[in-house]
Design a protein around this ligand. Structure first.
Ligand code: 9MR
Ligand code: ZN
Length: 548
């Protein structure tokens, strides 16, 4: 029976031209509108009383699965009562909808082995579309997005004592909805993306990213990282220290980047940025070594110079950002130094780096965080330490950190289970929290690798389900993907071009301070901006779902 046709009015509200109307009425059935893997758990949240539900084939409405719901369950952060429709037992591939008796049918979704391949490609390509210092172009849903070469004057030295002089600071990725470039935020981004390569290389290699301007033999994914890494080399002073950022003095307008002509400057150096640069380049040296030995040596040599600077100056160097109102990314440096020691040791095996790393891990009692972002990269150090196959680790410390990792991963699993939309971050909502939801995949997948416990991988999938539609809005938080994605992100390219749709593949920051505070409005930079650290995390989480 084609039950969903009983609700033609609501179905009609979801045709693209009428989305503005639909925006005010979130769908009753909230699920990952991109889809599910056949052999993994599949749960939808229904925001109305429902005792039973059906899964219907999308093409003919035939009922292919029916079951009782669980509920009501209270979801405090949205103040709702929800009924859960668990159709995990249904493992057929195809396109489906879900409907509870008497309620409007859901948007269609797929069940398929490779359902996250294209989202992975689009999210990874979004980094390419963020490139600075070059022309970029990409097509999505029949529309072609692009801009000409931008910011070719990067960057002036006026704020570091050489007015009117320049270094070559071209290249890298724009940070976010703004076009500035910040080394600290590059850290957690590149760290997550290199970790994805180290964890899931065979699967990533199989996905063509279709990037223009990238030629073999370097795999496309690494070529994209190289674009940022080669820029980082330029952000290093001869003494090894890194400029904290490269930026205009104030945020610019909503113009395509090649039309932004305000002067851009490097700021003074900082020890957190320097440590992040060391970590990224040391990790990259390891990853690139089998592929491009000369490049790997260049990265390692720069990492070593950065490390020498840090060793000679154990006190924190806070960058002087006076004169700038753009992003601050101010952060204490101990976790950044810890991460630098971890990557440098893993790549070189040098004992003094291990001693520094193990000292730092002991001082923090081997802590592993359930929730982390650019301000705390300790987890990146922890994961590298635990993943290492080097034989000189302190076995007691390994045992402690490993047990902390597993209890943190268990805590994340529990948090997702106790949340009405299986949000692994629970009720924590802050600037960029959508990125943190995706980033939880790092400790989860590290725990999965160590134990084989599928609950950890399933919670990674929960994070993606939440971000792609199983949320109070019933909407995807990633531009160009899934049902009713963000239309008006705070992104200067999307606001500055003539195309109605925003640039594709970008995760918006998300609701805060309350679960219901997201606004799909361009001016709402607090909840609707995009940023490399959020996409880097999304790329990691999507990579974790790919089959090798
Ligand atoms: O992601 C950053 C968030 O954690 C901070 O609270 C916020 C305010 O400092 O800044 C966010 O980062 C923004 C950066 O400062 C400038 N580029 C856009 C970033 C995303 O909004
Ligand atoms: Zn640029």
């Amino acid at each position: 029976m084609m039950r969903y046709l009983l609700f033609p009015v609501l179905t009609v509200l979801w045709v693209p031209g009428l989305l503005a109307t639909a925006a005010e009425t979130p769908p009753i059935v909230r699920l990952n509108s991109v889809g599910y893997l056949p052999n993994a758990p599949k749960v939808a949240s229904i925001a109305a009383r429902a005792d039973r539900f059906d899964v219907l084939r999308a093409n003919d409405g035939r009922v292919v699965f029916s079951a009782a719901t669980h509920g009501p369950i209270k979801n405090p952060d949205t103040g709702e009562s929800l009924w859960l429709a668990d159709f995990s037992a249904f493992q057929e591939s195809g396109e489906f909808r879900l409907q509870a008796e008497g309620l409007p049918v859901s948007t269609p979704f797929r069940i398929q082995d490779h359902v996250y391949r294209d989202p992975f490609r689009v999210a990874a390509r979004s980094m390419y579309l963020w490139r600075c210092g070059t022309a970029v172009q990409g097509t999505q849903n029949g529309q072609t997005f692009g801009h000409g070469p931008c910011h070719l004057e990067d960057a002036w030295l006026d704020f570091v004592g050489s007015p009117g002089q320049k270094i070559d600071g071209t290249g890298g990725w724009h940070d976010a909805g703004d076009y500035n470039k910040y080394v600290v935020n590059a850290g957690v981004t590149v760290g997550a993306m290199l970790r994805a390569w180290e964890d899931f290389e065979p699967a990533i290699r199989k996905i063509p990213l279709d990037l223009p301007q990238v030629a073999p033999p370097i795999p496309e994914y690494l070529a994209e990282l190289r674009w940022e890494l080669d820029w980082l080399l330029k952000m290093q002073r001869v003494d090894g220290a890194a400029y904290h950022k490269l930026s205009t003095t104030n945020f610019g307008g909503f113009l395509l980047p090649d039309l932004e002509k305000a002067k851009r400057y490097v700021t003074p150096v900082g020890s957190a940025a320097t440590a992040d640069l060391v970590a990224m380049l040391a990790q990259a040296a390891r990853v690139f070594r089998p592929i491009h030995a000369a490049l790997a040596s260049q990265y390692l040599e720069a990492a070593r110079r950065g490390r020498e600077f840090l060793k000679a100056l154990p006190e924190e160097v806070r960058p002087n950002l006076a004169g700038f109102t753009t992003g601050g990314y101010g952060t204490r440096d101990p976790d950044d130094r810890l991460w630098a020691a971890a990557e440098f040791w893993e790549t070189t095996g040098e004992p003094d780096a291990r001693l520094e790393l193990e000292k730092g891990l002991r001082e923090s009692q081997g802590k592993v965080d359930a929730d982390f972002d650019w301000g705390n990269v300790r987890n990146l150090a922890v994961i590298t330490y635990l993943r290492s196959t080097r034989t000189d680790r302190d076995p007691n410390l390994v045992a402690l950190v490993r047990s902390n990792l597993l209890s943190t991963a268990d805590e994340i699993v529990r948090t997702a289970r106790n949340h009405g939309y299986a949000r692994p971050l629970g009720d924590r909502y802050y600037w960029g929290c959508n990125g943190s939801v995706a980033r939880q995949a790092l400790p989860l997948m590290a725990a999965h690798r160590m134990t084989g416990n599928e609950a950890y991988r399933h919670t990674t999938l929960d994070a993606l389900h939440h971000l792609l539609g199983r949320n109070v809005y019933g909407r995807s938080f990633v531009t160009g993907l899934g049902f009713h994605p963000p239309k008006h992100p705070h992104d200067r390219r999307s606001g500055g071009d003539k195309i109605e749709d925003p640039w594709p593949g970008y995760l918006v920051g998300g609701a805060h301070p309350k679960a219901t505070d997201w606004k799909d409005e361009e001016k709402d930079y607090r909840t609707n901006e995009i940023a490399i650290n959020w996409n880097g995390a999304l790329i990691y989480a999507l990579a974790a779902t790919l089959s090798p």
